[in-house]
Design a protein around this ligand. Structure first.
Ligand code: GDP
Ligand code: GDP
Length: 453
């Protein structure tokens, strides 16, 4: 039952996870040759060989990371989707439909030197139904002479046309301002967590939390006072490990050993939850001398659901003999199936054995927690994977994975944009392969699926 709960943490709670989606998606649509790729390159601020002379040529890379004024978003060039509908107009209308259902905002690019064509009008008609914001770019306005043409694009009924020259860069900053304004709010990049990284030390009663904290702090209580400019919550402990200062959160209870006195399990579990929520990385202390318990699994569930990085510390290793070690390995294979990504460290708070291995493990876990795979790299890998092993057919239909983006870090969160539901088993397969390719040891990875409505 505990494993089912863990599973629900990964597969369920979709809505909550959507809410914390932090990298919005902009889809770019328009007829061939209006300058979509040139504009995408302009927005990305680099010249990349995605401009094709032949309209309709499939581009294998269609999603990119963009950054403007500190706001990060994913830009999707729908030219790469190559909708198979008959006729150009139908194809582009289908493309617009798809764009609407997979993005947070749509950028329609029109060639101002040509004016609105019937195809542009058909696309505009589709986009006017969109619940999402639509920005209208009037491209190829290389100079002032085309401004009358630009004004005529009001007729598309999508609001003010934004003149731009993708080729020369004219007004592209203004267009980007409009785009960023239209996208949903996302946290700004480049604000590192202030001060030492926050660690929670959790585990069932008597597993050795106080002992470990005492071992770690040992003689170095003085550190607390010598840290200039850090306000330390009196319930936290500052600990120097491996030349780095760490903030162990909510340790007051551990020091005072209140847990045995009025330690109802409910109270203990609230404390554990609070400590996990306040942390970035969690040391889950497990008793190596005893079988893995329900309580241990509950704690692990909390960590996974909270999306925190994690290190598993098997304490009381001094009590483990050859027989027990063998038995433990078997237990763990079954017991820890949902956190195979967590590093295991065998320690003894009593003797101090291997306690110094904790800091490197914490660092690795946090690096994974902070890691972001660039969208281009992610899609290159994903398209190969999906081509080799497509999602299982469901109700006679083969869901297609259109593209993916790593929408968030802390915890790393992937969003897959698909044409159909992906089974939990297939998502787990993707996660496993993702980890094989990109690592992420010590951190949970969330995979959300956005199905085209
Ligand atoms: P896409 O098919 O919509 O992706 O269009 P491309 O980006 O491949 O551009 C089609 C052609 O229009 C290319 O020859 C571009 O150099 C040209 N082009 C794109 N933007 C501009 C622009 O702002 N001004 C002018 N004069 N030409 C442009
Ligand atoms: P807490 O309730 O998780 O804070 O656990 P404590 O730190 O109070 O430890 C509970 C008991 O386990 C105490 O009697 C400790 O001495 C003992 N203990 C803690 N760590 C170890 C260890 O590594 N080896 C052994 N043999 N005993 C330990």
């Amino acid at each position: 039952a505990e494993f089912a709960a863990l599973d629900a943490g990964v597969d369920g709670g979709q809505e909550a996870e959507e809410a914390q989606l932090s990298q919005p998606v902009l889809a770019v649509v328009g007829r061939p040759n209006v300058g979509k790729s040139t504009l995408v390159n302009r927005i990305l601020g680099r010249r990349e060989a995605v401009v094709q002379d032949t309209p309709g040529v499939t581009r294998d890379r269609i999603a990119y990371d963009a950054l403007w004024n500190g706001r990060r978003f994913t830009i999707v060039d729908t030219g790469g989707w190559e909708p198979g509908a008959s006729g150009l107009q139908g194809a582009i209308a289908a493309q617009a439909e798809l764009a609407m259902s997979t993005s947070d905002a749509v950028l329609l690019v029109v060639d101002a030197s040509v004016g609105a064509t019937t195809t542009d009008e058909a696309v505009a008609k589709v986009l006017r139904r969109s619940k999402r914001p639509v920005i209208l770019a009037a491209n190829k306005v290389d100079d002032q002479r085309l401004m009358a043409e630009v004004a005529s694009l009001w007729s598309l009924g999508l609001g003010e046309p934004q003149p731009v020259s993708a080729l020369h860069g004219r007004s592209s900053g203004d267009l980007l301002d409009k785009i960023v304004e239209a996208l949903p709010d996302a946290p700004r990049e480049g604000t590192p967590t202030a001060g030492p990284r926050r660690v929670a030390l959790v585990g069932k009663p008597n597993v050795g939390k106080s002992s470990l904290l005492n071992k770690l702090t040992g003689e170095q209580r003085a550190v607390v006072d010598s840290v200039a400019g850090t306000t330390v919550d009196p319930v936290d402990s500052m600990v120097e490990l491996d030349g780095q200062l760490w903030r162990f959160v909510d340790t007051a209870g551990l020091r005072k050993r209140v847990h045995t006195a009025n330690g109802t399990e409910y109270y203990a579990s609230l404390r554990t939850k609070a400590a996990i929520d306040a942390s970035e990385v969690v040391i889950v202390l497990l008793d190596a001398a005893e079988p893995l318990s329900e309580q241990d699994l509950r704690v692990l569930t909390m960590v996974v659901e909270a999306g925190r990085a994690c290190v598993l510390a098997f304490n009381k290793w001094d009590l483990v003999d050859e027989d027990r070690r063998y038995q433990l390995e078997k237990e763990l294979d079954r017991g820890l199936v949902r956190v195979p990504w967590a590093e295991r460290v065998n320690i003894s708070a009593l003797t101090g054995r291997s306690v110094r291995k904790l800091a490197p493990a914490l660092r690795t876990a946090l690096e994974s927690w902070d890691q972001r795979v660039p969208t281009g790299q992610l899609n290159g890998w994903l398209s190969d994977l999906v081509a080799a092993t497509p999602p299982p057919v469901r109700g006679g239909k083969q869901p297609k994975v259109l593209f993916a983006t790593q929408a968030a870090i802390r915890p790393p969160t992937l969003v897959l944009f698909t044409t159909g539901f992906l089974e939990a088993g297939y998502r787990r397969f993707i996660e496993r392969k993702f980890r094989e390719r990109f690592g992420f040891e010590g951190s949970p990875v969330r995979i959300n699926v956005r199905v085209r409505e």
